[in-house]
Design a protein around this ligand. Structure first.
Ligand SMILES: [Cu+2]
Length: 508
């Protein structure tokens, strides 16, 4: 029986790199400096998949994407979700398993499923116009691949603004050699909600923000009075933690585990229980600062990868980011609060280990203003730290654009779905790659790389989604061990949709 430790994954990665180099050499005659790019259907993708450590166990799931009606604390909304639930039902596997997930598209529009945080074979990455054809209404598509990335991950469509409806759910990959000990586990998804409230849809919002701030905000004073709503847009949402402008979009509701603060989820446990809370930000345009009243928490993982443990009062999650924290519960009733960063609104759940009244809906525990950890202040657990090596390839990815023009882009170039490889950041199988995210805008951006987990700085955490503050540059490195065409993009859905996306593409 093979053992699937973190180390064996790393070992397998190196073995795969060797294989890739051989394959590349065999074909070197065909590839020059501007050589052809690996396609998602190329044999190399299959060859790398065969090298992944596998248990041989297949786990089958069905994901039915459909229109539905949901009750958000007395307010009924029409929206789109998986299996009529919000969030969709959690998928749980063990590293080494093969997932077989059949997407049944019963939506009026084409869709897809992207597996956020999983380094899977390229043709299963779920990005229409890059890795697959969109799944048409009424059609099914089966995603089948080896899952070898333990941790807290999630899935959502990669089509239009669909992620800002109810189409999201957690996928938890258990580590067969899990070193953490805990009594309970809660997966807590955070989401900014507007779909179906007063007839709004994310597509309407996109149309409105696309017009830019000049259409509504001209001459608006803001700052002292806090954020101000202008139609679907939010003016003056500002956050010190995010270095200024916090977000562009007004959301009437903030959900914790699919429920509004008026009708919160209650997590029950015994006093003294040690709980692993897996936090996921599934929002479209909102960072969340999360704290548990009356408790400090120990950060153990971000984006599925272990970090050197760090005790904090609160964590900050950009869209797409995950944090795992451990807490030892006191006796009583406590609010788990997600502050919509800079937007002056909260979502909450209730943690109950004893009797007592639930905390008020608008409660803001002191811990929110305590010690907050940024990803760049964390260190990777030595087990997952990349070995020191000089990069063979370096790409500067400048984050460009402005709120006024709403022309968000990478290196001044908007992503072109008709010609997605134009301007691609080329890498070769086996290389150490350095990306430099240089934020030249006046706003923060949560930058997400598909198919890989980079290391932040020299010893920072392994992550796939990273907050890049305005005016800052951050270097990240990864080993090119998963051939294909992989999106690198801002996980603010509205920024991404208007063009703040690009491709990391392997040369053949
Ligand atoms: Cu952005």
């Amino acid at each position: 029986m093979p053992k699937f430790s973190r180390r064996s994954f790393i070992g397998a990665g190196l073995a795969v790199s060797g294989l890739g180099l051989t394959a590349a050499c065999g074909r070197s005659g065909a590839s020059g400096p501007s050589g052809a790019l690996v396609k998602p259907t190329d044999p190399i993708v299959d060859a790398v998949e065969k090298e992944r450590p596998a248990s041989g166990k297949e786990r089958a799931f069905t994901l039915r994407a459909a229109e539905t009606e949901l009750d958000l604390g007395g307010r009924t909304v029409r929206t789109w979700s998986y299996g009529d639930a919000l969030p969709g039902r959690e998928l749980r596997l063990t590293a080494g398993d093969t997932i077989k997930a059949t997407l049944e598209n019963r939506l009026p529009d084409p869709t897809s499923v992207h597996w956020h945080g999983l380094a899977m074979r390229n043709d299963m990455d779920g990005v229409p116009s890059v890795t697959q054809a969109p799944v048409k209404p009424g059609e099914d598509f089966t995603y089948r691949f080896i899952v070898d990335t333990p941790g807290t991950h999630w899935f959502h469509p990669h089509v239009g603004t669909q992620i800002d409806r109810g189409l999201y759910a957690p996928i938890i990959v258990e580590d067969p050699d899990e070193p953490l000990a805990y009594d309970e586990e809660w997966v807590v998804m955070l989401d900014d909600w507007l779909d179906g409230v007063d007839g709004a849809t994310p597509d309407d919002v996109l149309d409105e923000v696309r017009g830019g701030m000049d259409h509504g905000g001209h001459g608006m004073g803001h700052g002292d009075e806090g954020p101000m709503r202008m139609g679907a847009m939010l003016m003056g949402a500002s956050s010190d933690l995010l270095g200024g402008d916090a977000g562009d979009v007004y959301y009437p509701v903030h959900l914790v585990d699919g429920r509004p603060g008026a009708d919160p989820r209650t997590f029950s446990a015994k006093p003294g229980a040690r709980v692993r809370i897996r936090l996921v930000n599934a929002g479209g345009d909102t960072a969340y600062r999360v704290a548990l009243g009356g408790h400090r928490m120990t950060v153990t993982h971000t984006d599925g990868y272990p970090v050197e443990h760090r005790e904090v009062d609160a964590v900050l999650l950009g869209m797409g980011e995950r944090y795992d924290v451990l807490v030892t519960l006191e006796d009583g009733v406590f609010p788990l609060v997600a502050l919509a960063e800079g937007k002056d609104m909260t979502g909450r759940a209730v943690v109950r280990t004893g009797s007592g009244e639930a905390p008020k809906e608008d409660v803001r525990p002191d811990e929110l203003d305590g010690e907050v950890v940024h990803a760049t202040e964390l260190a990777a657990d030595p087990q997952v730290r990349l070995e020191r090596r000089s990069p063979e390839t370096e790409h500067e990815i400048e984050l460009t654009g402005s709120m006024a023009a709403y022309d968000w882009a990478l290196n001044g170039r908007r992503f072109d779905r008709e010609d997605p490889t134009r301007g691609a950041f080329k890498v070769e199988q086996g290389q150490r790659v350095r990306l430099v995210f240089k934020n030249s805008t006046k706003m923060w951006h949560p930058m997400h790389l598909h198919g890989h987990t980079f290391q932040v700085g020299k010893d920072g955490p392994r992550k796939d989604t990273l907050i890049v503050l305005p005016g800052r540059s951050v270097e990240v490195e990864f080993d090119a061990d998963n051939p294909g065409r992989w999106l690198v993009h801002c996980h603010n859905i509205y920024h991404g949709e208007v063009g703040m996306m690009g491709l990391v593409a392997y040369t053949a």
